[in-house]
Write a protein that binds this ligand. Structure first.
Ligand code: NAD
Ligand code: UFG
Length: 349
């Protein structure tokens, strides 16, 4: 296929902006739709500055069918990467309807607009959180979905919807059947190595890496390590951290795979995007101290409700079918987080 045009929903966000950068560098044309509810246009300005290329930005909400229709009329979109969504687990427990409305209804509107425009290739941002608490700590794609919070359930529901629209096309032997890759991210951290784009959380971060980095720079006083009595070697929680640049490269591999034999005739397939190896909270803290030379002030605090002791990806399927695996190390993730933090102590403000 010739040069593709990719519509990136949520493209101004943390992962979306890194995806836009990699797509432009790989020679794709990029169109972004984002309502900027959790991001700033500045991220896209910087993506264009780094690449020396331009992208088309539509400030719109994916729940706005008319706005999406205009985008599909004005732009010859080949594939959609669907990042737009709300992502805070705790907030989703307090405001479940807002999460279902934004993430599930918003996805339905997008899928309808795509169907109407006969654009039927999608890469969807799913999450390891769809697995819930399976029998093994190393998650394999065929494990059942059993999300334990509203955010996770929005991801599982959108996966189900996408599988169903794909199955309908296969049964009907549709001429242009849906081709969908569901990418289940483990724990994305890090930033582009330019230090110009990165994660810019609103308020006090919920996630470990941005919290550690704000302690290191003095914005926050102390890290609370949530639990040191888990059944893990040092007692703290273990996660599979993945560099955001590795993660977005997985999306480009997925776009390529959608054109290949595996998806001919239509398919909807899930892939874990993770390293296949976990690090504990204390290992992250000590890597951060070693790589940056900063001291991280921390205390041991009670476990955080809803946290699991340990999980990490089985990334074998992504390697086999997408030809993708992580390339960056934990030290890269820390160094790039720190470069972004020190160059942009106030984020994009
Ligand atoms: P982010 O909040 O930085 O980016 C999401 C973007 O979507 C934001 O720019 C936001 O403004 C936009 N958006 C939200 N609702 C919208 C709507 N209705 N219409 C238009 N734009 C809308 O988050 P992120 O970390 O970049 O995550 C991107 C995707 O990856 C999300 O779907 C998230 O659930 C998923 N994901 C993230 C992680 C993670 O740890 N960061 C893990 C697994 C999955
Ligand atoms: N942690 C701390 N202190 C903090 C923050 C986190 O000790 O201040 C610990 C947690 O207890 C956990 C680990 O650091 O053991 C990682 O926590 P994060 O909040 O960074 O990440 P989670 O694994 O809890 O969740 C993240 C995203 C979810 C996504 C999930 C998918 O927030 O949206 O990864 O793997 F679903």
């Amino acid at each position: 296929m010739n040069k593709q045009t990719i519509l990136v929903t949520g493209g101004a966000g943390y992962i979306g902006s890194h995806a836009c950068l990699e797509l432009l560098q790989a020679g794709f044309d990029v169109v972004v739709v984002d309502n900027l509810c959790n991001s700033k246009y500045e991220s896209l300005a910087r993506v264009q500055q780094i690449t020396g290329k331009t992208l088309k930005f539509y400030p719109a909400d994916i729940r706005d069918k008319a706005a999406l229709t205009v985008i599909f009329q004005e732009q010859a979109i080949d594939t959609v990467i669907h990042f737009a969504g709300l992502k805070a687990v705790g907030e989703s427990c307090q405001q479940p309807l807002r999460y279902f409305e934004n993430n599930v209804y918003g996805s339905i509107v997008l899928i309808e607009a795509m169907q109407q425009a006969n654009v039927k290739q999608m890469v969807f941002s799913s999450s390891a959180t769809v697995y819930g608490e399976p029998p093994s700590t190393q998650y394999v794609e065929h494990f059942p979905m059993a999300a334990v919070n509203p955010y996770g359930r929005t991801k599982a529901m959108v996966e189900d919807i996408l599988r169903d629209v794909s199955t309908a096309d296969q049964l009907a032997q549709a001429e242009n059947p849906w081709k969908i890759a569901l990418l289940r991210y483990f724990n994305p951290i890090g930033a582009h190595d330019s230090g110009l784009i990165g994660e810019d959380p609103n308020g006090i971060p919920n996630n470990l890496m941005p919290y550690v980095s704000q302690v290191a720079i003095g914005k926050l006083a102390q890290l609370s390590v949530f639990g040191d009595d888990y059944p893990t070697p040092d007692g703290t929680g273990i996660r599979d951290y993945i560099h955001v640049v590795d993660l977005v490269k997985g999306h480009i591999k997925a776009i390529t795979a959608l054109q290949g034999d595996l998806f001919s005739g239509g398919a909807c397939k899930a892939y874990n995007l993770g390293a296949g190896k976990g690090y504990s909270v204390l290992e992250i803290v000590s890597a951060f101290e070693r790589v940056t030379g900063q001291t991280i002030n921390y205390k041991i605090a009670p476990r955080r409700a809803g946290d699991l002791a340990e999980f990490f990806a089985d990334p074998a399927l992504a390697l086999k079918e997408l030809g993708w695996q992580v390339e960056k190390s934990l030290d890269d993730m820390v160094a790039d987080t720190w470069a972004w933090q020190t160059k942009n102590p106030q984020g994009y403000n």
